[in-house]
Design a protein around this ligand. Structure first.
Ligand code: NAG
Ligand code: NAG
Ligand code: ZN
Length: 568
């Protein structure tokens, strides 16, 4: 393998998986007790009455921060997921941007201006979640196990906010920069027992499952899971042509390149729409060429416009999920230069959404959070035994013009003379690619040693991270709380929350019945399966019992209710 693609990484994650509020009421009550004890009860009641009158006037005025939740009538919600973005990613990106754009020290990102709280991310099977369990918490509002795509630890499907929204008359959309079949978008639009079942996920996403077509717009990568295995660029196990099925059976219009995407920008959008712009991932923003691929912001713009037009004559708005998918990949790759560009691209998309919501004639909110942190990123790194200096160097990241993933793939293709290979590494990969002029012989040797293997990009990422004095603790995820950002109207998410409460917020805002979807799904095609499952769902693909036989550890899928101490 010349290149460490995210498909490989997902396969690795699968392999790893296969083996192994407080309410304000309390505070308010306390306050009341104090007032009463001070003998000010009457005054308090009078004051409260006054406040209530003012509040009612304020709410009726429609402009108050305490406006009714959820607002009445037609409304829209955009839920944004910054996959793998922890608090340090923000600090790193903010400082990087101040350096690269010569901005003052107090200049912040658009996200910073919308910070409201933090989310606890653990799954039902581990203190460190994966994206599947993380997104299931958002989509179903329930904890599940690492690897679960909107299914619960007992192997039964849980209805998602997207499905409930669609059934209630909202339009629905998914916009991502990785495969549309990857865990985060999958959790809103499919139900399978393990995230690697991407062929099955693609089938469900176009509408081939008990609920029928639930998604009106999908933009992103992952074309390979929609093409028959007889076609070039397919990664399906079977010969189903889902692009053709999407068009003929489910009425989708289909676009797959920059040119046809530009047609959408001009307004030629016919829903339902399937837009798959890359075989797997859309390139990192640092590597992406505008003439070849749309940016996350551009896809966001098209999605907002298309859904706005499609709901023009409806009394219901839309639910749109937008994911900055590859912030996570840069974290897995421990590549700080790629990551700051991914976060900046996400911040631009967030600004696009919040501006759109502020300018819409209907009420709407944007909520942005991460499913987990990736990489254990640190904005400092001790390189030697001596007491460290207090600093890190954004200028090192500013010198890089490509991701380490891109450069590793470029180097893997080197076929020049062997005696010029070290010069090639020094001049083309390190100087031209990373802006690093002082590589040591040991570093050149390490890069050579790993040519064409999976760690090749990691070696390059380490060369740049060390110089920037940026630290990483893992190539996987970490268990730190992640930030929640929101527009006006999201104050319920202030403070520290469980990730499932973010999911509850989404359904509460739309006032849709997710439980009814769960009930419907549970009733469909239920077959008795031998072994572990009490019930199997044929339409969901491989049941847990079969996955168990394949080596997926199913004993500890549900061990978080405090019992995990006893169990392990
Ligand atoms: C940043 O600081 C400068 C100087 O103290 C001040 O004039 C400016 O308003 C500040 N900007 C922001 C965005 O706070
Ligand atoms: C960045 O690149 C410039 C040349 O463009 C070089 O002079 C400088 O040393 C590099 N900075 C770092 C921190 O590597
Ligand atoms: Zn994730």
């Amino acid at each position: 393998m010349s290149r460490r693609s995210s498909t490989e990484r997902s396969a690795e994650e699968d392999a790893a998986l296969l083996s192994g509020r407080p309410t304000n009421k309390q505070a308010e009550r306390g306050k009341w007790d104090g007032w009463v004890k001070l003998g000010l009860g009457v005054w308090a009641m009078a004051a409260t009455a006054g406040i209530v009158v003012i509040a009612v006037l304020w709410v009726n005025n429609g402009s108050g921060l305490n406006s009714k939740f959820p607002p009445e009538g037609k409304r829209n919600i955009v839920f944004m997921v910054s996959d793998g973005m922890g608090p340090t990613s923000l600090a790193l990106t903010r400082s990087y941007r101040q350096f690269s754009d010569s901005l003052p020290w107090n200049h912040t990102l658009t996200l910073d201006k919308h910070f409201i709280g933090t989310s606890r991310t653990r799954s039902s099977s581990s203190l460190v979640t994966d994206s599947a369990a993380g997104a299931t918490a958002f989509s179903c509002g329930m904890k599940s196990y690492n690897g679960a795509i909107s299914v619960l630890p007992d192997g039964s499907p849980c209805g998602t906010v997207l499905e409930a929204a669609k059934k209630a008359g909202y339009m629905t959309g998914l916009v991502v920069t990785t495969r549309i079949t990857d865990a985060t978008p999958a959790c809103f639009s499919a139900h399978v027992n393990l995230r690697g079942e991407e062929d099955r996920i693609a089938e469900q996403q176009i509408g081939d499952y008990p609920l029928g077509r639930m998604v009106d717009l999908m933009l992103g990568g992952g074309r390979c899971h929609f093409l028959p295995n007889t076609a070039d660029g397919s990664c399906r196990d079977d010969s189903r042509d889902l692009v053709s099925e999407a068009q003929k059976r489910f009425g989708f219009s289909y676009v797959d390149d920059r040119k046809s995407f530009d047609g959408l920008k001009k307004g030629a959008v016919k829903l339902p729409l399937l837009g798959l712009f890359a075989p797997t991932d859309i390139p990192y923003d640092i590597d992406r060429k505008d003439e070849d691929y749309p940016s996350l912001e551009e896809m966001t713009e098209v999605a907002l416009k298309a859904l706005e037009i499609a709901t023009k004559n409806s009394d219901k708005g839309f639910f749109l999920m937008i994911e900055g998918s590859r912030i996570d990949h840069a974290g897995h790759g421990n590549d700080p230069a790629a990551q700051v560009h991914e976060v900046l691209a996400y911040d631009r998309a967030f600004k696009r959404v919040s501006d759109w919501i502020a300018g819409s004639r209907y009420p709407g909110v944007v909520v942005s959070t991460s499913d987990h942190e990736t990489g254990g990123l640190a904005a400092a790194r001790q390189l030697h035994e001596e007491y460290p200096e207090y600093l890190w160097y954004p200028e090192v990241l500013a010198n890089a013009s490509s991701s380490s993933e891109y450069l590793a793939a470029q180097y893997a293709r080197y076929e020049g003379p062997a005696d010029q290979e070290e010069d090639y590494i020094r001049d083309t990969i390190l100087i031209k690619g990373l802006g690093i002029y002082d590589a040591s012989d040991d570093e050149i040797e390490a890069i050579k040693d790993h040519k064409d293997d999976v760690a090749s990009a990691w070696v390059l990422a380490d060369v740049i991270s060390r110089r920037a004095q940026v630290g990483w603790t893992t190539h996987g995820h970490s268990g730190v709380d992640v930030n929640i950002y929101g527009s006006t109207g999201t104050s319920k998410l202030k403070g520290n929350h469980e990730n499932t409460e973010v999911g509850e917020f989404l359904r509460d805002y739309l006032q849709v019945d997710v439980d009814a979807i769960t009930k419907e799904l549970k009733g469909v095609n239920r077959v008795d399966a031998p072994g572990l499952d009490k019930a199997g769902y044929e339409w969901m693909g491989r049941p847990l019992s079969e996955l168990k036989e394949a080596g997926f550890e199913t004993d500890k899928l549900d061990c978080y209710h405090g019992q995990f101490r006893h169990k392990h």
